[in-house]
Write a protein that binds this ligand. Structure first.
Ligand code: SF4
Length: 281
């Protein structure tokens, strides 16, 4: 009998759940509802919101929008953009995750003390771009050990290091050690959120035990991609899927234990469907 174990910390995290609920609730009213960028990296949820009339808009479109409700997604936005929104005829509902807001506060406070900011994370990710917008003039990003080795930033300056909330906990610690080893004067605040840390730790343990690992998420979801790489490092037979339709039963037909985990933007119904299919076929 095949054992199928689904991670306890899988699927919507608190921040994503809150943002999606805010958009759903807003769509029940009379005003048009916009979200600044997709509120979650999940096609199915985005389709449901779109069917309810919720429109995804870009920063460039904001100035031309008529009155309506604008939802800021969990990733948050820069200080400059939040100030710009005050001049527009939009009712802003801020779904920035409180854990991300906390990073905005940390970098703003440390920048005000004259420290330069290093964000460990992906510079193209909207969360990191938002954080950069609170970090003052002197802000750097580093996404890997390799990147850090190639970077040249001045010594003799005090730095504050924070992390993208969904960064790999182990990699963050290694990058910070490398920065300290080069003699930089730093204060480090590990801002990887608990939801991410729990999810990654559980995925790590599960992938060490399972013969096959299935990671459910959207390819555009950074935390899902990180879960995949954590599992793949420990379990050769790790597969990344978006829905149950992507499953191939030959992956797990003759194995004893299948582990399932999912990124923070994967709804429960998709996880349940995958779990049912893996058990059945
Ligand atoms: S992953 Fe963490 S920081 Fe990001 S939205 Fe979810 S709870 Fe908030």
């Amino acid at each position: 009998m095949r054992e199928v174990i689904t991670a306890e910390h899988a699927g919507f995290c608190f921040g994503v759940e809150r943002a999606v609920r805010m958009a759903m609730d807003a769509s029940e009213g009379d005003l048009p509802v916009y979200t600044l960028g997709p509120v979650v990296h999940n096609e199915e949820v985005l389709k449901t919101l779109s069917d309810k009339g919720v429109r995804v808009v870009t920063e460039e479109e904001l100035s031309a929008l008529p009155e309506g409700i604008l939802i800021i997604r969990a990733h948050g936005i820069s200080k400059a953009l939040s100030e710009k929104l005050l001049s527009l005829p939009l009712h802003v509902q801020d779904a920035t995750c409180p854990f991300v807001k906390k990073i905005h506060r940390i970098v703003a406070e440390h920048a005000a003390l004259g420290e330069w900011i290093i964000i460990v994370g992906d510079p193209d990710h909207p969360e990191v771009r938002g954080i950069m917008g609170w970090a003052g003039e002197h802000v750097f990003t580093v996404n890997s050990e390799k990147e850090w080795d190639l970077m040249t930033i001045p010594l003799g300056q005090k730095y504050c290091i924070v992390s993208q909330t969904t960064f790999n906990d182990k990699k963050f610690k290694i990058i910070v050690e490398n920065i300290i080893d080069k003699g930089y004067n730093v204060v480090t605040v590990n801002t990887i959120c608990n939801a991410t840390r729990d999810r990654q730790e559980e995925a790590r343990a599960l992938s060490e035990r399972a013969d096959v690992m299935i990671v459910i998420g959207d390819p555009a979801s950074s935390n899902s991609q990180k879960l995949y790489s954590i599992c793949k490092e420990r379990c050769n037979h790790t597969y990344f899927i978006q829905t149950a339709d992507d499953l191939h039963c030959e992956w797990y037909q003759d194995v004893k234990c299948v582990g399932i985990t999912a990124g923070a933007s994967t709804p429960k119904n998709i996880i349940q469907e995958v779990q049912t299919n893996v058990r059945k076929f």
